[in-house]
Design a protein around this ligand. Structure first.
Ligand code: CA
Length: 420
């Protein structure tokens, strides 16, 4: 007999073969998204460490497979499961002290770093990449086991979907894709900047992808605690979820993005014209808390953004949320922002060479706002006015709630461990 009060049906329901509902965003388009639902019993795995996870991923094969993650898996481990730190990866004489001495702008100048320390940095980075970059192939479902108090965690990894079709990632806490070996790029942004390597999840040429009830963060190593070198923050993390290189048909739902600088890049370059007509993404019922920028930043894609919750805690660094880039077509409905006093409604939208933004139903600290009108009234001299006509109207979506109702629902139910 089941224990009194235990929700017996919650235990019994096998969600590992769930598929995306027929109208749930762009990933439902065409053939829809079923992940590994067709897996035979030999290709259903429960994994508890990096080695088991790597074996189950099968080099990114397209065999239908379901991978259930139990407990905490650390990607920075050797084949025996022993922890690997940055010092373990460092090779060929790499040292940060020597690297900083070699490429200090006042002596090295603005040329791309080259020579002994840069070669050693690359070799060291390759050793880390070999451990933390995990390729996810077509027809795969990755599902974290556990409840809110005991969620499955994968830390230090970069899940990479390169050209994969039909992938589901659910109920997983993916944290701290920490780069031991950032590279100095003297010509980035005028002042130079540090470039880091790993996104928690990276879609490159991937199609039909459903990311649901996932928590993505830097938990473990916050970039705000990192030092400044050459006058720039020595960031250790790249994107939380970057969608690039003609990826298409993606739904991101009920997920939580937290404690991070650049959360989500959709389209990595203005010159990537192969992205035209692709990068179609739906983001709904997600939470972005303590995210500095790119929530998301979009180029080219038709992106439907509805019922998302944005929270900027008092004192948290913040630049903007919606980046309206080249040929982007963001269609935003009923999103809610909660910010401290120094963040104004005009800060939420930033345009880089974008031309249009559809937004309705936005709430800002409890009040309705028209972010398009505000952007056009207060944009800086370098930003153009945006038109309201993005050239499309979303048809694939679930019920769209009011911003207020969604804000409450997302606060309670978004992220890993919260699949109802
Ligand atoms: Ca990236």
């Amino acid at each position: 007999m089941a224990a009194l009060g235990a929700p017996a049906n919650a235990e019994a329901r096998d969600i590992s073969r769930d598929t995306l509902a027929p109208n749930d965003g762009w990933a439902a388009h065409g053939t829809g998204t079923t992940g590994g639902a067709a897996a035979d019993d030999d290709h259903v795995y429960t994994v508890t460490d990096r080695a088991e996870l790597v074996r189950a991923l099968d080099g990114g094969s397209d065999t239908p497979k379901i991978i259930k993650v139990a407990g905490t898996i650390d990607a920075n481990t050797d084949d025996d499961g022993d922890r690997l730190g940055c010092a373990d990866y460092a090779t060929d004489g790499y040292s940060l002290t020597k690297y900083l001495a070699a490429y200090a702008p006042h002596t090295w100048g603005s040329a791309k770093p080259s020579g002994v320390q840069e070669e050693a940095r690359k070799a060291s980075a390759d050793r880390q990449g070999e451990r933390v970059e995990l390729t996810v192939g077509s027809n795969t479902t990755i599902l974290g086991l556990g409840d809110p108090k005991n969620t499955a965690v994968v830390k230090g990894a970069s899940l990479q979907l390169k050209g994969a079709d039909n992938v589901i990632v659910r109920n997983l806490d993916l944290r701290d894709a920490y780069d031991c070996f950032p590279v100095w790029q003297p010509n980035t942004g005028g002042l130079g900047d540090w470039k880091t390597a790993y996104d928690n999840i990276w879609l490159s040429g991937a199609t039909h992808v459903w990311i649901d009830h996932v928590t993505l963060s830097d938990k473990g190593h916050l970039d705000e605690d990192e030092p400044t070198y050459f006058g720039r923050n020595y960031l250790r993390h790249d994107g939380l979820l970057d969608i690039t290189n003609a990826s298409d048909l993606v739904t991101v739902s009920w997920s939580r993005f937290a404690d991070h600088d650049k959360a989500m890049l959709i389209g990595s370059s203005d010159s990537a014209t192969g992205d035209r007509g692709k990068l179609r993404v739906t983001l709904h019922h997600n939470e972005f808390t303590s995210v500095v920028q790119r929530a998301p930043r979009v180029r080219f894609g038709q992106v439907h953004l509805y019922n998302n919750r944005y929270v900027v805690p008092d004192g948290a660094p913040y630049r903007y949320s919606w980046g309206v880039g080249t040929e982007s077509a963001l269609y935003a409905e009923n999103n809610a922002f909660t910010t401290p006093g120094h963040v104004e409604a005009a800060d939420l939208v930033k345009s880089w060479n974008g031309s249009a933004l559809h937004q309705t139903g936005t709430r800002f600290n409890g009040y309705p706002v028209d972010l398009l009108a505000i952007h056009n009234a207060y944009n800086s001299g370098s930003e153009r006015d945006l038109s309201a006509d993005v050239g499309w109207t979303p048809t694939l979506h679930t019920v769209i709630d009011s911003a207020e109702a969604a804000d409450r629902a997302v606060a309670g139910d978004a992220g890993a461990g919260r699949i109802p």
